[in-house]
Design a protein around this ligand. Sequence first.
Ligand SMILES: [Zn+2]
Length: 292
Amino acid sequence: MTTLATTALVDLPSAGPHQRGTTLASPGDGDITLSGASEETWRTALDRADPPPMQWGCRPGRAIVIAPHPDDEILATGGAMLQLVRRGFSVVVLAVTDGEAAQPHASAGSRRSLSAVRACERKAALGALGLADVTVARACIPDGGVVAHERLLTEMLVQLFEPRHRRPSRVPPGPGWCIAPWRQDGHPDHEAAGRAAAAAAAHCGSRLLEYPVWAWQWLRPDDPRFPWPNLRVEHLSRSTRSAKQRAIAAFASQIEPWESAREPILSPAMLQRFSRPFEGFLVQEGAQERLR
Ligand SMILES: [Zn+2]
């Protein structure tokens, strides 16, 4: 993948032969095919709740962002990644899958093509954020198959977190922050990646932050499953917001219909969730208090 030559890319231990991916339907509580509440309803609820701002600590550290598919890290945490780097943090993106199964009925050739396209889109998106030098570590787990590789993913994350373990030389040591998909996000890959991250973070002493992606779309603000007390927000500067929108625009395969598909994966309604002037994160109880 010479197109990624300028991005610091690290291959992690192989996940074995790729398996066929699954569709986006979730077998759990959440169903990402549902439309929960309009963005206007969410924004009203968020304004009323006025969640506390994120507290990242006094000293810059390291943040590992776990992205089940190329684009998740930009949609949910692109602004925070940029602002953390500006504050002196070292950010590493763990690319769990290559996103080849976004179109479940695509041919094998089309999947390979989509995988390469999405890698290029991620590179362009990170470049649009001014984060072209951020390390991207590939786990090479099959898209749609993260549940079956959850334990392997946990072990990979422990390798990244633990200074005493052998790790790619470009990844600085120290536990730092672990920023992962919410374990109840509704997408099986997201939930499995979130569980693996939570296990690895607990093992290594990293501070865990969880980010919703699909939950903003299928969940309603009055749903008791949404943990309002745990919500923190990272307010985004005007320049960060502009850079994030340019970065999202790089994912043409997701925001426009791919090949013969009628609809894009990310609808305009879904994209509205990621044009907010803040990003939402769910903290573990006590994690923020320990920083004060
Ligand atoms: Zn995803």
